[in-house]
Design a protein around this ligand. Structure first.
Ligand SMILES: Nc1ncnc2c1ncn2[C@@H]1O[C@H](COP(=O)(O)OP(=O)(O)OP(=O)(O)O)[C@@H](O)[C@H]1O
Length: 666
């Protein structure tokens, strides 16, 4: 249980023992105050707080138990874990991390690596005995020397790898401590070391040993990172190649510092690519990992400035806020939700079918065309259509507002006798699929006030199949006042999303405004918006998917024309007859009135919208939106479309196209 509460980022400081060669023994600059409770230390009157503050007398085992053992549990739960040692050269980073082959040192000096591996083996064996789940353990060993990564276990350890491909370095299986011994011997044998003034066996490269734990369900990694020591180039007394090594070491350390600072500050862009070290560690320095920093400091007064800078780095790393548990939960719920949405949205698709055996997965048939790209495209479109993306949510809200305005304007046509229809919906599920066409072009009296639109549709074409029926409903133009009301609340969300999908999207359209519309998931956003606006004016658009854009436009134009012509034909007075008498004409907006209404709404939008809102009007780009806003601010609001037309933003036939897309009367 304690492991579950483990903080994702932990910082520990370890004081190194005195180095004899530095001469006479002087009092340490690092003090551990009695009130510190093992969590703070003082250097030159400054108190620093960390998760652990280890004095020089602490043993390897105590340090391991407090710092790394909890990470081993997390590793086996499937999380990525990283233990990273940094600090001045010669302060015991390699010693603490356990980079020396175990058979070359006394057991009490064994560092983190062999101890962690021993505990991993113990737990893996216990798990395999319990549930027979095969778990394999591997290790890889790379070094970053002079800003180049090297695979120390590979066949060519002195040939640099491509930084972005370090994940593909050699992984050797680990079955026992003896295997680790071999791996460390091979790796440390190939690693670059050089005697310096500060350390007779100073590492000249950053080393990353990764223990991979692979099972059927997950692949987790524990990175043990032994950074090369930070060093003042002057103090090491190096020249030439060795000096350049020092510069590159410091470059890597600086970049890791920058990454940690950016993460702690909550920046969205983290400079991982500043150095090879951070590029390689990128996967470990994310919100999904458990991070443990071990800052190694020197007790000597001559190292005071390095000690203080190491402690300051630790203090800034304390600000890191990682939450691997939450990320894992989010990932799980997103995966479940995405599968659910995909299953619903794509169940009709021939390309992707739900897996009958496993309800949480989808089967993409093998073919030369089936790649993951279309799947991600479909997924993105589905999320956008369901209003799950912020942009879609915003647009939907704007459309609702816009359409509410239209509702207010159009509601003045509602007669008393039709008011009783308002807000009524049959409990029938069929009603949920109704799409009351937008405007009344052909008057129809429903047989009773409770008759549904489906009823009306059935009246028109009673014997068609359900699919055809839907399209007929979409194309039929009944005119109850309810139709007008519904028409005014069409939103892109309600156009395609089912109830459950809308719940997921988080956007609640107006009550009982679910409408079925011609399916048009493959259209561009501008076309969809144009269609939805047009459908208010001309009725539902016939199904136009999978066609070329020009063909779709032509179809829509044709449809609009035919509806207008039909409407005009209706306007011709007919001889009075029994049928005519029986039909009570409801107030219906004529196309011209609708055009005028639409133009008015449109001018409102042009006069009141900000640049961003103007940009979202189909046919208006960023520059045009800016010009419109500028013109408006200088010369006042647009009173009619001619003023809009007179702006110098319409080259060629842009104005005509603009009017056409937005159903404006030129
Ligand atoms: N806590 C300790 N107890 C005993 N010996 C230690 C301890 N810390 C460091 N040493 C010894 O100090 C020497 C230098 O340590 P180490 O090589 O680990 O330093 P380092 O920080 O890795 O240096 P560099 O960055 O130059 O590689 C080694 O001989 C090591 O055995």
């Amino acid at each position: 249980m304690e492991g579950a509460k483990l903080s994702a980022v932990r910082i520990a400081v370890r004081e190194a023992p005195y180095r004899q060669f530095l001469g006479r023994r002087e009092p340490s600059v690092v003090q551990f105050p009695p009130w510190s409770d093992g969590k703070s230390l003082m250097v030159e009157q400054n108190e620093f707080y960390f998760d652990h503050a280890f004095p020089a007398t602490i043993s390897q085992d105590e340090m391991y138990q407090a710092l790394i053992l909890p990470l081993v549990d997390k590793l086996l739960e499937g999380f990525q874990c990283t233990a990273l040692a940094y600090g001045q050269t010669g302060t015991g980073k390699s010693y603490s991390m356990g980079m020396t082959p175990p058979d070359k040192i006394l057991p009490e000096h064994l560092g983190i690596l062999p101890r962690a591996l021993s505990d991993i083996f113990e737990r893996v064996t216990a798990r395999q005995e319990n549930n027979k789940d095969a778990i394999q353990v591997y290790a890889s060993f790379i070094e970053i020397y002079n800003e180049k990564p090297f695979d120390l276990l590979g066949s060519t350890p002195h040939m640099p790898m491509v930084a972005a491909r370090c994940q593909r370095c050699t992984c050797l299986p680990l079955h026992s401590q003896a295997d680790l011994n071999q791996i460390l011997e091979l790796g440390t044998g190939n690693r670059r070391v050089r005697p310096t003034n500060m350390n007779s066996n100073s590492s000249r490269s950053h080393a990353i040993v990764t223990i991979h734990v692979k099972s059927k369900t997950h692949h987790s990694r524990m990175n043990i990172v032994d950074l090369a020591g930070s060093e003042g180039v002057r103090r090491t007394g190096h020249e030439g190649v060795a000096r350049q090594e020092g510069v590159n070491i410091n470059l890597g350390l600086l970049s890791i510092n920058k990454v940690v600072m950016s993460m702690a500050a909550g920046h969205t862009v983290i400079p991982y690519r500043d150095s090879v070290l951070t590029t390689v560690l990128q996967a470990s320095l994310t919100a999904q990992s458990y991070l443990t920093f071990l800052a190694c400091i020197s007790p000597h007064r001559c190292d005071l400035s390095e000690t203080l800078s190491t402690l300051r780095f630790g203090t800034s790393a304390k600000k890191l806020r990682l939450n691997p548990m939450q990320v894992a939960r989010q990932k799980q719920s997103l995966a479940a939700r995405t599968t659910h949405i995909l299953r619903q949205a794509l169940c009709t698709s021939t390309a992707i079918k739900p897996n009958a055996a496993n309800h949480n997965s989808l089967v993409v048939p093998n073919s030369k065309y089936s790649t993951t790209k279309p799947l991600s495209g479909v997924l993105h479109r589905t999320r956008s259509e369901l209003g799950m993306t912020p942009k879609a949510k915003k647009r939907a809200r704007e459309l609702l507002e816009l359409e509410e305005t239209t509702l207010e304007l159009s509601s003045i046509h509602i007669t008393d006798n039709s008011l009783s229809l308002l807000g009524f919906h049959s409990g029938s599920d069929k009603d949920r699929h109704l799409m009351p066409p937008p405007t009344g072009l052909e008057t129809r009296q429903a047989s009773s006030q409770n008759s549904t639109l489906m009823g009306i549709a059935e009246e028109a074409e009673p014997k068609e199949s359900s699919k055809v029926q839907q399209s007929i409903v979409a194309n039929t133009v009944p005119t109850t006042v309810r139709c007008q009301l519904f028409n005014t609340t069409i939103s892109p969300i309600s156009l395609r999303a089912s109830n459950s999908q809308r719940e997921l999207s988080g956007i609640q359209p107006m009550e009982e405004t679910i409408v079925a519309s011609p399916q048009q998931p493959c259209l561009r956003r501008s076309m969809r918006l144009a269609n939805s606006m047009r459908s208010q004016n001309y009725g539902a658009i016939p199904k136009v998917t999978n066609l070329r854009r020009s063909t779709r436009l032509a179809g829509i134009r044709e449809h609009a024309t035919s509806v207008v012509v039909k409407n005009e034909t209706d306007a011709i007075p007919r001889p009075r007859g029994a049928v005519q008498k029986k039909r009570t004409r409801k107030v219906k907006p004529a196309p011209k009135a609708w055009m005028a209404n639409n133009t008015r709404c449109f001018l409102d939008l042009l006069n009141n919208g900000n640049v961003k809102q103007l940009q979202e009007i189909p046919g208006i780009g960023p520059k045009s939106a800016f010009s419109l806003a500028l013109h408006r601010s200088r010369l006042g609001c647009f009173e009619n479309l001619f003023q809009v037309k007179s702006l110098p933003i319409w080259s060629g036939n842009k104005w005509e196209r603009f009017c056409q897309i937005n159903c404006l009367d030129t």
